[in-house]
Design a binder for this molecule. Structure first.
Ligand code: SF4
Length: 626
């Protein structure tokens, strides 16, 4: 029943755009509803059959978290309770790791011949490409999506549309007429876009990106979106608030970046976008791939000095496009040889129709997040000239080599390799190929449970149970190498082991992880910020991984054996020097000063009752930013 629930409300941000909308319900959308003061006081939740769904029913549907108070009247449900509920729902999500975001940009240069990749309505509607690009990087965030477009002949020179939901939901892609109307309304010859998963801040619509800052002066009226996280967010926040004259409405580094940019634009000077990013970058510590567009039609696409997050771009004559991942550009029709990764510390600017690629900050070293290749990125992407697919197959070959060297698990007709779908498939296939044994689909993943409410299903474990179905036809009586791309909190792995034994009737399960143990948090945009929430640190005390420790971890999980890859195999598989990768969550060696400081705080928080859920929220305890 709950999967069919739909929500309807008045959008009251801009009176001219007030409209009754009906979309698939999401926890965040319900929160969004509660925030609007023009909403019907009883939160207009209706079932498809026209029956009201009250807030308390909603909370039951998502699994009412402890501490959430629900009054008898749904109208009196407190906003804080809704937030708690939604946060609990998000924490109870099914994947163990989430990336922060993905970004895209597109620009058809003025007075230039039309690009053959341009959509049918022509260069003035090149913004129609944005939803398609965002779909290709949906893997990077499913919480919200949005675009800002520029049109010189429109009252709203730049205009932003964003909502909570997947790209499909937000842009109404299953409803051709609705989607077309939206694209007509937001048509432009330039645009930027964003998909979000929150590691910082709340989940409601006001946190969705791009962030637009309206201003009378064209060069001060801008919009931007970013992928990453500022590790010194709390310090920057304190600095902005220190004079007592400023106020920040949200708990997110996105708002900090917006104000830092605004500061650079204040006064009578008219700095170009490259000068703005040059100045703000001196104050930023962390990961930030960014797209920026102003009401003069000027665009900037920038990648942080360490290149922690990926950013690709391509030109096809008069058409420029950029995206977090190459797959979004390839699928637009750009030739593979024209798709490049932006160098760390570099920016592409389009000002007065002129394109420039230049450095905005020194890049003393690179620190590309290794997890992009192992887990986050679309397997069809190529990042920093390294194919994600080939990196994963190399990891599988590394696992096979370790297996042959060890030799304890017999490689006979009863032994099969089973990937945990989908991201482990390339590694599992490759491992099986190298070992000369079959790779079989013993686990079937339900791709449609991601953001739905299923009756009686709440909590991380329950949700993981609904996500994978073991196939007894494949697993019964078999000795299984279960290949997983990583183990973060171990919830999913425990569920899988239980279900493969109970439902699949496997004889033995040998867990093989195509990644080393994750022993430290991430402060650059991946949703794991405390040591206590990780599985491995309780076993891997001093960074040494022995056979005995792996045996103990296997016992704890309920596996017959467990093997991780060593740290050295990561750089080998990606085919980049280790010194050019961020591997901080494997080694505890962070590539930025604030990352290092936060790690010390995270270590001090181990075992502390009442420690803040996210370590970076404590950085305000340290020295303010200069
Ligand atoms: S800490 Fe780990 S997940 Fe975070 S950026 Fe570095 S390598 Fe990636």
């Amino acid at each position: 029943m709950f999967a069919l629930i739909r929500v309807r409300w008045l959008v009251g941000l801009r009176p001219a755009r007030c409209a009754v909308k009906a979309r698939t319900v999401s926890s965040a959308r319900v929160r969004g509803t509660a925030r609007h003061d023009r909403v019907h006081p009883q939160l207009n939740l209706i079932s498809k059959a026209g029956h009201w769904l009250r807030c308390d029913q909603y909370l039951e549907a998502i699994g009412r978290p402890r501490g959430v108070e629900v009054s008898e009247s749904p109208a009196i449900l407190q906003r804080s309770s809704l937030r708690k509920a939604a946060r609990a729902h998000r924490i109870g999500g099914m994947s163990e790791l989430h990336d922060e975001c993905g970004i895209v940009a597109v620009y058809h240069l003025p007075a230039a011949p039309r690009s053959p990749l341009c959509p049918d309505p022509g260069p003035e509607q090149v913004s129609r490409l944005l939803p398609r690009m965002l779909l290709d990087i949906q893997n990077r965030g499913q919480l919200s999506a949005g675009i800002t477009t520029f049109h010189p002949d429109r009252d709203q020179l730049i205009d932003t549309y964003k909502e909570i939901g997947t790209v499909n939901e937000v842009f109404r892609l299953s409803h051709r007429a609705d989607a077309d109307r939206l694209m007509e309304e937001y048509a432009g010859r330039a645009g930027i876009g964003h998909v979000r998963y929150a590691t910082c801040g709340a989940d409601d619509r006001s946190y969705a990106q791009p962030f637009e800052r309206h201003h009378l002066q064209k060069n001060k009226w801008f919009s931007f979106a970013f992928n990453g996280q500022l590790a010194n967010y709390q310090q920057l926040r304190q600095r902005l608030l220190s004079d007592g004259d400023h106020h920040l409405a949200r708990e997110t580094d996105t708002e900090i970046i917006m104000h830092e940019i605004s500061r650079e634009l204040s006064g009578d000077r008219r700095p170009e976008p490259i000068e703005v990013v040059r100045n703000v970058a001196q104050r930023f510590d962390g990961a930030y791939s960014m797209v920026f567009l102003n009401a003069r039609g000027e665009m900037l696409v920038a990648r942080d000095p360490l290149g922690i997050k990926p950013l690709c771009y391509a030109f096809d004559g008069s058409l420029f496009a950029a995206a977090s991942e190459s797959v979004a550009l390839l699928n637009l029709g750009f030739a593979a040889e024209n798709i490049k990764s932006l160098a760390p510390g570099h920016a592409i600017t389009i000002v007065d129709g002129q394109v420039h690629i230049e450095s905005f900050a020194a890049s003393p070293r690179r620190a590309h997040c290794f997890f992009e290749w192992i887990y986050f990125a679309n397997v069809a992407s190529t990042l920093d000239n390294r194919s994600v697919y080939l990196s994963r197959t190399a990891l599988g070959a590394e696992l096979a080599r370790l297996e042959v060297a060890d030799g304890r698990v017999p490689l006979d007709k009863d032994t099969i390799v089973v990937p945990v779908p989908d991201t482990s498939k390339a590694a599992a296939d490759s491992m099986a190929y190298e070992l000369g044994i079959p790779a079989r689909e013993g686990l079937i993943r339900n791709r449609y449970t991601g953001r739905t409410f299923i009756e009686g299903v709440s909590g991380r474990r329950k949700k993981a149970e609904t996500k994978y179905t073991p196939l007894r036809e494949v697993l019964e009586g078999k000795r299984i190498f279960l290949v997983e791309d990583s183990i973060v909190r171990s919830t999913t792995m425990r569920v899988l082991l239980d279900r493969i034994r109970a439902l699949g009737k496997a004889r033995e399960i040998h867990v093989r992880v195509a990644c080393p143990p994750i022993v430290a948090p991430c402060f650059y945009g991946i949703d794991m910020s405390r040591v206590d929430e990780l599985f491995a640190p309780a076993f891997v005390k001093d960074g040494t991984l022995t056979e005995a420790i792996q045996a103990e971890m296997a016992r704890n999980l309920g596996a017959d054996s467990l093997r991780y890859l060593p740290v050295a195999s990561v750089a080998r598989a990606i085919n980049l020097p280790a010194a050019e990768l961020c591997q901080a969550c494997l080694t505890g060696e962070y590539p930025t000063p604030c990352g290092q400081q936060l790690y010390q705080l995270a270590l001090a928080d181990i075992g502390q009752q009442g420690a803040t859920p996210r370590t970076y929220e404590r950085l305000r305890d340290l020295a303010p930013a200069t």
